[in-house]
Design a protein around this ligand. Structure first.
Ligand SMILES: Nc1ncnc2c1ncn2[C@@H]1O[C@H](COP(=O)(O)OP(=O)(O)O)[C@@H](O)[C@H]1O
Ligand SMILES: [Mg+2]
Length: 462
């Protein structure tokens, strides 16, 4: 049973009990007051009639009966009993059988109900003045009163029924109105769980209590949609990037096996295959790194002295390139941060490799640092062509390579800066492409800001 149905059932039941109870009470009151009037009228008629009978030798008066009915006076039924309880006069008791003698001994002046030939009557017995041993029974039918009572009961029953239906419909409408926001939210949640991320609760006709929840839900679904679509894009890109070296590898091996070759030719084919395999391995490693870094803090954070770390990375990069490729200038001063060393190393390797690759042979790559209370700023600048304005927003996106560099420098899958940005983000820092300030070289200039070890400890930032 839904919340709405439960509320409607409860309110209808309460209405039924309250109104039914009230109407039964009112009905009883009405009937008893009617009866009281009737009794008074009956008693006064009996007294008049008794006086008349005493003076006329027990002949009933021709006057009509009680005037308590809308349709005219009630027929008066009368009987006079003698000392022995025999009927000595009758009016309108077409006495077959005659009213029982036992009525003669009824309590004087006390109205009572009795049934005669299937009809309910109300009567009263009184003594006849000047004939104390004679009794007069005066009675009138209760048929009309019973009719009135039944009519009232029917009318009240109908009123209760209408009230219950009306209250039920009203409550159902009100509860429906107040819960439609929740229903809309539930519907959105259901459709989202079914995979439809285009649904929104929306802002129409919402109650103030529901509106902020609906806005939060919509915001959440929007974020989810963006996330899912960027993940799908990412997977498509990754598959695309994996396909090129795989296709190359496949082609080279197939070609080598097509006919017998000399040892040199095999060596050459193996070398090319090795290049493709290396590209595949690098790509897999980069993808893993991105997934691991983006997945949140893993491993322990240590205090890292950045000067020696940068010197170590410069040595690695120098060894990886042919001798004299670029000249590194290391101006990194003292400065410590707290983080995962392997990640910070990867960050600087990415930046220094990029700088080396984009700098013409024999050019310079400069790293320098300065610090304030909270952050250490390290800039990596080079003597390359820099990043074109139209590419500046996109170079941090996974798999993005500027079209010009893609043609010239065919290494890397465009994940380096995305990984670097992610590493800096989880260390509560920032990685930006900046225009080289005085002291930086005129090519591309990337600035890493990392919180100082003191700041990290002060705020427990990592
Ligand atoms: N020092 C730089 N000078 C000029 N362009 C750069 C430099 N570093 C990065 N870029 C641009 O940013 C793109 C993305 O870099 P990155 O994410 O490291 O990918 P990859 O090195 O695999 O190309 C590069 O393709 C290049 O266009
Ligand atoms: Mg790179």
């Amino acid at each position: 049973m839904s919340f709405r149905q439960r509320i409607v059932a409860l309110v209808c039941l309460v209405t039924l009990l309250v109104m039914g109870g009230a109407f039964v009470g009112v009905g009883r009151l009405f009937v008893s007051s009617q009866l009281q009037h009737l009794d008074e009228a009956l008693l006064s008629l009996a007294r008049e009639e008794a006086t008349h009978l005493a003076s006329t030798g027990f002949t009933f008066s021709p006057e009509p009966g009680l005037d308590v009915d809308d349709t005219g006076p009630l027929l008066k039924h009368g009987a006079v009993y003698d000392d022995h309880g025999n009927v000595i006069a009758l009016i309108h008791f077409d006495a077959v059988p005659p009213p029982s003698t036992s009525f003669a001994s009824s309590k004087l002046g006390k109205p009572f109900d009795f049934e005669l030939r299937g009809e309910l009557l109300r009567g009263v017995v009184i003594a006849i003045p000047a004939h104390p041993s004679k009794r007069l029974l005066m009675a009138v039918t209760l048929k009309d009163m019973q009719g009135d009572e039944a009519l009232i009961r029917r009318a009240m029953g109908l009123a209760v029924l209408v009230a219950v239906i009306w209250v039920g419909a009203l409550v159902s409408y009100i509860v429906g109105r107040y819960t439609r926001g929740h229903r809309a939210i539930a519907e959105v949640a259901r459709r989202v769980s079914d995979g439809d991320l285009s649904v929104r609760v929306g802002h129409v006709h919402q109650d103030p209590e529901v509106r902020p929840v609906a806005a939060d839900i919509d915001h959440m679904v929007e974020r989810l949609e963006v996330l899912v679509s960027s993940q799908q894009q990412f997977i498509a890109h990754a598959a695309h990037e994996l396909r090129s070296p795989l296709t190359a590898l496949y082609g080279e091996l197939q070609l080598a096996l097509r006919r017998p070759r000399t040892a040199d030719e095999y060596r050459e084919a193996l070398q090319e295959s090795l290049d493709s395999a290396r590209r595949l391995r690098d790509l897999a490693e980069s993808l893993l790194a991105l997934a691991r870094v983006g997945g949140g803090p893993v491993g322990t954070a240590n205090r890292i002295e950045l000067g020696p770390l940068v010197a170590h990375v410069i040595a690695q990069v120098t060894a990886a390139f042919e001798p004299g490729r670029v000249v590194f200038e290391n101006h990194v001063g003292e400065g410590e941060t707290i983080g995962r060393e392997s990640d910070i190393e990867r960050l600087f390797r990415n930046l220094l490799e990029n700088a080396s690759r984009h700098t013409p042979k024999g050019g310079r790559v400069r790293v320098r640092s300065h610090a304030d209370d909270t952050f250490i700023y390290l800039t990596v600048s080079d003597e390359g062509a820099g990043v074109k304005i139209e590419d500046q927003d996109r170079i941090f996106e996974p798999f993005y390579r500027a079209p010009t560099t893609r043609a010239v420098i065919q290494d890397g899958a465009g994940l380096g800066l995305a990984i670097s940005k992610e590493i800096v983000r989880v260390h509560r820092g920032e990685l930006l492409l900046v225009s080289g300030e005085t002291g930086d070289l005129p090519g591309a200039c990337f600035r890493v800001s990392l919180p100082t070890a003191v700041a990290v400890e002060r705020r427990s930032m990592i």
